[in-house]
Design a binder for this molecule. Structure first.
Ligand code: ARG
Length: 252
């Protein structure tokens, strides 16, 4: 009997210790801000790129403004572009913000917020290239960033065997400049930046496709989706959104 009482006492003490630990744990959690983990691929100026160790650009600043509005702490995780949707899908990241084009097939894996930018896929060639139109791309080697819409369109239109995939858009542009490939298909704003940084290249006037960018969240996470849309609308209404765009894109 004594032994049983003793055991019960020990168990009760253990329970006390455990619950008090739990309490102190949760009280400290309420003091720190909830994090908002953003998955991106910081190889895409002016939307996201590295300045030293820091990730800057339109998406980084818009997400920071959204996080501020929601009272959350933004944490940016840099990864390969084609890892972003899996990261959001698995819950490793809360949002994907990466100049990401809304596409039907992506909607099978994630949900998208309202769109926040219009974009085009454009073709970059060498200044002295014989490629003057989209038709001229037939049979040519086209460089793309792996997993992007440029990759999908190039493979669909000109055949998978003619597509050279790079982990970064800039690597494709360098390969073009070195004469290893004939053209690059990429989004218009990064195209402008890369062409301006690389002598001897130009963009074709004829755009390849029109697209719209949005932020993605885990499928079915309507709570977060609604919050993001409300914040995004606020930033559009109060001028903060345009301020960020103007900082990174000069009207042409
Ligand atoms: N808009 C294109 C897409 O959604 C390219 C996006 C690439 N973004 C990046 N951060 N590298 O596929």
């Amino acid at each position: 009997m004594k032994r049983i009482i003793c055991l019960l006492l020990v168990a009760a003490m253990a329970a006390l210790v455990l619950t008090s630990c739990g309490e102190s744990g949760s009280s400290s959690a309420t003091e720190t801000k909830q994090t908002l983990v953003m998955a991106t691929n910081a190889e895409f100026p002016p939307y996201e790129y590295k300045e030293g160790d820091k990730i800057v650009g339109i998406d980084a600043e818009v997400m920071q403004a959204i996080a501020d509005d929601l009272g959350m702490e933004l944490v940016i995780e840099d990864m390969e572009f084609d890892s972003i949707i899996p990261a959001v899908k698995s819950g490793k990241a809360d949002v994907g913000a990466a100049g990401m084009t809304v596409r039907e097939d992506r909607l099978e894996n994630v949900d998208f917020t309202d769109t926040y930018a219009k974009a085009k896929q454009v073709v970059i060639v060498k200044e002295d290239s014989s490629i003057a139109s989209l038709d001229d791309l037939t049979g040519k080697t086209i460089g793309v960033q792996q997993g992007t819409t440029g990759d999908i369109y190039a493979a669909d239109e000109y055949g998978d065997e003619n597509v050279e995939r790079y982990s970064k858009g800039y690597e494709a542009v360098q390969a073009l400049s070195q004469g290893k490939i004939d053209a690059v298909i990429i989004d218009n704003e990064p195209a402008k930046v890369f062409v301006s940084q690389t002598p001897g290249l130009k963009m074709l006037d004829e755009p390849f496709a029109d697209e719209e960018y949005a932020i993605c969240v885990q499928k079915g996470n309507t709570e977060l989706l609604n919050k993001l849309n409300a914040s995004l609308q606020k930033l559009k209404d109060n001028g903060k959104f345009q301020e960020i765009i103007d900082k990174y894109i000069t009207a042409d």
